[in-house]
Design a protein around this ligand. Structure first.
Ligand code: DQQ
Length: 516
C-alpha cells in the first residue's frame, strides 16, 4: 500500500477507483477525475485541433490536498482521454500544491501560468510544455512574481488570467484588499517571466450588500477571467453589443461563495464596470469557471460542480467533484451572458421520446411523460400565462418520497420576468446533504421559456432562456421518474423532447494515467 500521511487518506489508493466506479451517484457523461479529488478547470484550451482540459486533482483521495494538475484531451468536447498528470508539486515554490492557472501560446510554445503554493501562500509560476502538451518543465525562475504588491494589505493572492495585447503580455492575479473588497491586480511582461506591476484593474466593495446575498462580491476574487464577449479581442475597438466581461468567484475567509461577472469596458489599465450579474443561479455548484476561445471562435466555459455532501461521505465514496459540461457563452440582447451546453453534447443522445404538445392547467392532471432515467437530456418549450407555474420533477422514486423539482413561474402582472427555481427539499432522504433552495430571475417574452435540463445522476445542469442553474443532488432510492404539471394558471406545452444519455468513460481508468 502507498504510504500516506494525510489524516483523510483513509481509503487505500488501490481501492479508490473501484469505490468511485461503484458509486451510483457518480456522473456518467460529465467529466470526472479517475478517482480522488477534482476541483477547478485549468488551462482550458484548443491546441492544434485538440481540446485540453486540465484540472485541480488529488489522486490520493477525495479531499483537497497537495493539488496536482490532472489532464485530459478531447477531439469533440464530449469524450475525454486521460493523460499523465501535467504538474505535480516539487521542492520549491509549488511544494505544497500546483493551484489554478491558465495555458497560453507563447509563440508556439505551450506555457502554463499557475499558482505555486508554498508555506501557505501562493505565487505565480510558469511551466513550458512539449509540443504535444504532455510533458511540462517548470521555469527555474519560479516564482516569476516574488511577492504580492508591496504596501497593500491583501486577503489572498492567486489564480491567473493571461492574454496578449499587441507585443505585450498582460496578466491578472485574483486578490482582495482588506477592509475594501475583491480585486484583480494587473501586470505586464514581454516574456511571461519578468512582470511589472501596473495596479488594481478594478476593486470591489465588500461593504455593499448583505454578505448572505447571492450577489455579494466577497473579500477576495478567485479565478478571475477577463474576456471580450461577442466580436473583437481585449483592448481593441468594441461594438456596443460586445461587452468586456470580468468573471470572478467571490470568496470569503475560506468559503467558496459564488461566481459573478461584471460587464463593462476594459480600457488602458482599468476596467470600468457597468453592471454586476450572477453567473449561475446554483452559486457554489458552478464555481471557479474558466473560459477560452476555440479555433472556430466560440467562447466555451467550464466550471467546477463541487459536492453538496459531507467531506466524510465523499472520502468514503473515493471521489469528489464534477466538471460541468462545456458551455457555449454568448451575449444576450440585454447585454448579459447566456449559456448553453455545446451542441456536440447532442452526440450522446439516445432513445428519443417526444411528449405530445398540450395545455396544462394548474391543479389539473399532470402530463403523462413516459420519460424516465438518471442520465437524461430534456428539452422543453413552454408558454406560461401571467401568474402560471410549472413543475418538472426528475429522479422521482416510485413511492414519491424523493424527487427533485425544477420550477418555472411567470409574474402575475405579466412583466417580462419570472423565476427559475430548483427545489431540492425532497431530493434526498439523506438529511446531511445540502438542499438549500436555488433560484434566480428568468427573463421571458410573452411567458415563453425554453428549458434544457441535463440530469447525470448527482449532477444537474439547467438552462432556462439561457440562464443557468447548476447543482448537485444525492437521491438514495434510485428513482428515475420524470413528471410535468402546472401548479398555477395555464401553461401551454409547445414541445417536450427527451433522450437518455450515453456514458463517456467505458474503459477502466487509471489514477495516474500513462501517455496515450
Ligand atoms: N481553487 C484553487 C485555487 C483557487 C481555488 C486551489 C478556487 O487556486 O483559488 O485548488 O476553487
Amino acid at each position: 500500500m502507498t504510504e500516506t500521511t494525510h489524516p483523510l487518506a483513509t481509503i487505500p489508493r488501490e481501492e479508490l477507483l473501484s469505490r468511485a466506479e461503484a458509486d451510483p451517484l457518480r456522473p456518467r457523461f460529465h467529466f470526472v477525475s479517475p478517482a480522488g479529488w477534482l476541483n477547478d478547470p485549468n488551462g482550458v484550451s484548443q491546441w492544434k485541433g485538440t481540446y485540453h482540459l486540465f484540472y485541480q486533482y488529488n489522486p490520493e483521495g477525495a479531499f483537497h490536498h497537495r493539488i496536482q494538475w490532472g489532464h485530459a484531451t478531447s477531439k469533440d468536447l464530449v469524450t475525454w482521454i486521460d493523460q499523465p498528470v501535467a504538474l505535480e508539486p516539487s521542492a520549491g515554490p509549488d511544494a505544497e500544491g500546483c493551484w489554478s492557472g491558465v495555458l497560453v501560446n507563447d509563440g508556439g510554445t505551450p506555457t502554463l501560468v499557475y499558482s505555486g503554493r508554498f508555506e501557505d501562500q501562493e505565487l505565480p509560476c510558469v511551466a513550458v510544455g512539449s509540443p504535444d502538451l504532455l510533458e511540462w518543465t517548470k521555469d527555474p525562475r519560479n516564482p516569476v512574481i516574488k511577492a504580492p504588491p508591496a504596501g497593500v494589505d491583501i486577503t489572498a493572492y492567486r489564480d491567473h488570467c493571461v492574454w496578449r495585447e499587441g507585443s505585450t503580455w498582460r496578466q491578472l492575479v485574483g486578490s482582495g484588499i482588506r477592509h475594501r473588497g475583491g480585486t484583480a491586480f494587473l501586470y505586464e511582461s514581454n516574456d511571461l517571466r519578468s512582470w511589472d506591476y501596473v495596479g488594481p484593474l478594478v476593486i470591489g466593495d465588500a461593504s455593499q450588500g448583505d454578505p448572505s446575498d447571492t450577489d455579494w462580491t466577497g473579500t477576495m476574487w478567485e479565478c478571475v477571467d477577463l474576456f471580450r464577449a461577442g466580436e473583437g479581442s481585449l483592448g481593441s475597438a468594441a461594438a456596443a453589443d460586445s461587452p468586456d466581461v470580468l468573471v470572478f468567484s467571490a470568496w470569503d475567509d475560506g468559503e467558496t461563495r459564488h461566481p459573478l461577472y461584471w460587464t463593462g469596458r476594459y480600457s488602458g489599465d482599468t476596467f470600468e464596470p457597468e453592471a454586476l450579474h450572477r453567473l449561475d443561479y446554483g452559486g457554489r455548484f458552478f464555481y471557479a469557471p474558466q473560459s477560452f476561445q476555440d479555433d472556430s471562435g466560440r467562447r466555451i466555459m467550464f466550471g467546477w460542480m463541487q459536492e453538496g455532501r459531507s467531506e466524510a461521505a465523499a472520502v468514503e465514496s473515493g471521489w469528489s467533484g464534477v466538471m460541468s459540461l462545456p458551455r457555449l457563452t454568448t451575449v444576450a440582447k440585454d447585454g448579459t451572458l447566456e449559456f448553453a451546453p455545446v451542441p456536440e453534447i447532442g452526440k450522446l443522445r439516445r432513445n428519443h421520446i417526444s411528449v405530445p404538445a398540450q395545455v396544462l392547467v394548474g391543479a389539473g392532471t399532470p402530463a403523462t411523460t413516459a420519460v424516465s432515467g438518471n442520465q437524461l437530456d430534456l428539452e422543453l418549450d413552454v408558454q406560461l400565462a401571467p401568474g402560471a407555474e410549472i413543475r418538472l420533477g426528475v429522479l422521482a422514486s416510485a413511492d414519491g418520497a424523493e424527487q427533485t423539482v425544477i420550477v418555472l413561474s411567470r409574474d402575475a402582472d405579466g412583466t417580462p420576468t419570472g423565476s427559475l427555481r430548483l427545489d431540492r427539499t425532497r431530493s434526498s432522504l439523506d438529511s446531511a446533504v445540502d438542499v438549500e433552495d436555488k433560484s434566480g430571475p428568468l427573463p421571458m417574452t410573452d411567458g415563453r421559456v425554453r428549458l434544457r435540463v441535463l440530469v447525470d445522476r448527482s449532477a444537474v445542469e439547467i438552462f432556462a432562456n439561457g440562464k443557468p442553474l447548476t447543482a448537485r443532488i444525492y437521491p438514495t432510492l434510485g428513482g428515475e421518474g420524470v413528471s410535468l404539471a402546472a401548479t398555477e394558471g395555464s401553461v401551454r406545452l409547445l414541445s417536450f423532447d427527451a433522450w437518455t444519455m450515453a456514458g463517456v468513460f467505458e474503459e477502466t481508468r487509471s489514477l495516474l494515467p500513462e501517455r496515450k
